[in-house]
Design a binder for this molecule. Structure first.
Ligand SMILES: [Zn+2]
Length: 274
């Protein structure tokens, strides 16, 4: 993973970088055989820039569904956590020296404000980086050189309630495999830098559970075993035209997020979109 400090007053430590790389290295092997660009491959090609707060180009209000959730977060008396994309972002086309290239940016200053200690910091930095690489994963299709569906990224309400929970369910999956493999003793050498007091998967689950509802929906997807992110990626342009079916999806997930979604309802509504 290439980390480049643009203008942040904070540098990532080698331990923080190695931890994030370790989480992303736990791809399921069969994915290499199908139509998945694995995240660990993308990390070799997409740089991660560190931005100061004033240089962050996007605002979480663009991504979080409920403005109140964002405002509540700024009141330090609550336990709410912000939209991941307030802490970092993915851009599929950024012009650098005249060349269009995808980049990931993170804002260490904002991430630090969301953690209680160094151990949480290493976990949240990894969580944000994995979430942003998950967006990248949903922007590339190995067999579609034009990425015609994957590049369709209008940030409308439906996108917020489909792309964001999908990015979080990919993140949860990566942390699950990392945490279970690590605790089972199948450790890579670099995992020895990993702090062990907090269970990484439990931390990420708890963080997502306190995020704005459209992000929190990713935890529902995980709990319901609703794995459809590659179908979303393959059909984004087509799905964008399904006005009625998009409204049905939104009505259901906004009403049921946080515990009353079911796998059969999610699959029925999702299949109607394709
Ligand atoms: Zn996101």
């Amino acid at each position: 993973m290439k980390v480049i400090n643009l203008d942040s007053s904070y540098e990532l430590t080698q331990a923080q970088i190695s931890f994030a790389e370790s989480v992303m290295s736990f791809d399921r092997p069969y994915r290499l055989d199908k139509e998945y660009p694995c995240i660990s491959l993308l990390t070799e090609h997409i740089p991660v820039y560190l931005f100061s707060e004033k240089s962050m180009p996007v605002d979480s209000l663009k991504y979080a569904d409920d403005e109140n959730e964002y405002l509540i977060h700024n009141d330090q008396t609550t336990l709410a956590t912000p939209a991941t994309d307030w802490l970092g972002f993915y851009q599929n086309r950024t012009s650098i020296y005249g060349v269009d290239t995808p980049i990931i940016g993170i804002c260490p200053e904002r991430i630090i404000r969301c953690v209680k200690n160094d151990e949480e910091l290493i976990l949240l930095i990894a969580k944000v980086i994995v979430h942003e690489f998950a967006h990248a994963q949903m922007n590339f299709h190995p067999r579609d050189s034009r990425h015609s569906n994957a590049y369709y990224n209008p940030v409308d309400l439906f996108y917020k309630w489909m792309e964001e929970p999908m990015a979080n369910v990919i993140t949860l999956e990566r942390f699950y495999y990392f945490t279970t493999s690590y605790s089972a003793g199948f450790t890579f050498a670099k995992c020895s830098l990993t702090p062990t007091l907090i269970n990484p998967f439990d931390y990420v689950k708890d963080f997502i559970n306190r995020q704005p509802n459209n992000y929190r929906l990713g935890l529902d997807f995980y709990n319901q075993r609703f794995w459809k992110w590659w179908e979303w990626r393959n059909n984004k342009a087509l799905i964008s035209l399904k006005v009625t079916e998009k409204a049905d999806w939104l009505n259901y997930v906004r009403l049921n997020v946080g515990g009353t979604t079911t796998k059969s309802d999610l699959e029925r509504l999702f299949n109607a979109l394709k």
